[in-house]
Design a protein around this ligand. Structure first.
Ligand code: SAM
Length: 195
């Protein structure tokens, strides 16, 4: 693909996400986001338990989003939305008034090879972008079964000016597909650092 075609494709994806987000956030600018929602098990349960919260699940893979939407429709949850898209692109196109009240990243791809670490979700820029859209009482919930990814994410959050780790307990449990397969896992909870 030429650079020109790639730029046009990304711009098209940005436009699509903006168009999809507009009606979702029309009545409330506050929302709960799950990045890498897969087939939507966690967020469907979460949205059912919190009917007053607008919930958005995001995943790169079209088929997973379609399955998640079917789950949502079967459960008749009008507060739940699933969008196909890339996390950073999604954060870039958020309307300025949009505010994250909780952010879940459950078993994100660990990209174990050193040369692939740049693809990991938990990175300084991602933390900056999410903090910019977070309410003061927002929480970032991160869970993984990959020990090295856990340790490096913990270190990145500890060193970051926008988020602070807390020992608060996980507020809502519902087993994801990857959680079911994992023999063990570790979790982190972070809150936005006060200015
Ligand atoms: C390992 S799976 C975990 C799925 C689910 N959270 C679970 O625990 O079963 C990671 C998911 O994140 C999605 N994903 C990976 N990178 C992403 C990105 N940059 N933006 C959005 N979704 C992403 C993948 O398509 C995949 O569905």
């Amino acid at each position: 693909m030429t650079q020109e075609a790639y730029t046009a494709l990304i711009e098209d994806r940005r436009r699509t996400l903006r168009t999809q987000l507009e009606p979702i956030l029309a009545d409330s600018s506050r929302f709960v986001l799950e990045i890498g929602c897969g087939h939507g098990h966690f967020l469907t349960a979460y949205a059912g338990a919190h009917p007053d919260r607008v919930c958005i699940g995001l995943d790169l893979v079209e088929d997973r989003i379609q399955r998640a939407c079917r789950k949502r429709d079967r459960a008749r949850l009008s507060n739940l939305h699933f969008l196909q898209g890339e996390a950073r692109l999604f954060l870039e196109v958020l309307p300025p008034a949009a505010r994250l009240t909780a952010l879940y990243a459950l078993f994100p791809d660990p990209w174990p090879k050193l040369r692939h670490h740049k693809h990991r979700l938990i990175q300084p820029d991602f933390l900056r972008q999410t903090a910019a859209a977070a309410t003061p009482d927002c929480r970032l919930y991160f869970r993984t079964d990959h020990e090295e990814y856990f340790a490096s994410s913990r270190a990145i959050i500890l060193a970051h000016p926008s988020w602070v780790l807390t020992d608060e307990t996980w507020p809502f449990e519902y087993e994801t597909v990857f959680q079911q397969r994992a023999s063990s896992y570790q979790s982190l909870v972070a809150i936005p650092r006060r200015a």
